[in-house]
Design a protein around this ligand. Structure first.
Ligand SMILES: [Zn+2]
Length: 260
């Protein structure tokens, strides 16, 4: 296990370095990804393979139509482009925790926990990246009113289908890695449920701020016009990263409970 962990560290550092150079990760994001990757490979090569496939597809989807997406959402979303450590951990912390517990005490529940959390993260990433680029005007999952592209809790038909495809993709990789079709199906259920929770939390408890100068809603603390914004809805301390973490964790826990 120690030898595998060291090999994992070398591989994770290499992948993170390349991701840093291609602007998929910031420096802090690369460090966080190296930690998550090392813990994954320590649990087993299949854990590492699942993480790399998830990460490579997410990074590729983020790069497709990057400029268009940034133009569409820059005024609303707080973070764009390269992922920092908080974003990496929001999507990978539950997976890393599952890997650690699986290393100490192997059990199908921890495999389901890791697979379900990554499926939820993939579902959210795929729906955001594809929905922002190809979806029509999203509607709030709660009020069904039209909201600007990039608004948390906003859903579109294309984005929703992309999210289901993302969870299904992770489930298929899980099955291909030999983690059984039953665990793959639990991951699929957890992934879709997690993505749904992401939208509900995004529309309810997530902090929504407002720029009075532009008369627009945003997630920025300081708007891109330079004016300070103020919290108008949700809890000030629940940002997009926190919602992503809760959704990924929920996806994993649902899959783990199904596998008992
Ligand atoms: Zn403004």
């Amino acid at each position: 296990m120690i030898g595998r962990a060291l090999a994992g560290l070398a591989l994770a550092a290499l992948v993170s370095f390349v991701a840093r150079r291609t602007r998929s990760l910031t420096s802090s994001g690369a460090i966080a990804a190296t930690v998550v990757g090392t813990l994954a490979v320590a649990a087993g090569w299949s854990w590492g393979a699942l993480l790399i496939v998830y990460f490579a597809t997410s990074a590729a989807l983020s790069h497709v139509g990057k400029e268009v997406k940034e133009r569409r959402t820059a005024s609303i979303v707080a973070k764009g482009g390269a992922r920092d450590a908080t974003q990496v951990l929001a999507n990978g912390a539950m997976f890393a925790a599952a890997a650690v517990v699986a290393t100490i005490r192997p059990d199908v529940r921890w495999i389901a926990l890791g697979a379900g959390s990554l499926a939820a993260s993939a579902a959210d990433t795929w729906s955001t990246e594809i929905g922002t680029l190809y979806g029509d005007t999203p509607r709030s999952i709660l009020t069904w009113r039209r909201v600007p592209v990039g608004t948390s809790g906003g859903v579109s038909a294309i984005g929703t289908l992309a999210g289901i495809a993302g969870a299904m993709f992770v489930a298929l990789v899980v099955a291909a890695l030999g983690w059984t079709w039953i665990v793959a199906s639990y991951a699929m259920v957890g992934g879709v449920a997690g993505a749904l929770l992401d939208s509900v939390l995004g529309a309810t408890v997530q902090s929504r701020r407002r720029c009075d100068t532009c008369n627009r809603e945003t997630e920025h603390i300081v708007h891109d016009c330079g004016a300070a914004t103020h919290n108008v809805k949700g809890f000030r301390w629940i940002d997009n990263d926190m919602v992503n973490f809760l959704s990924s964790a929920a996806g994993g826990l649902i899959a783990a409970m199904l596998s008992r």
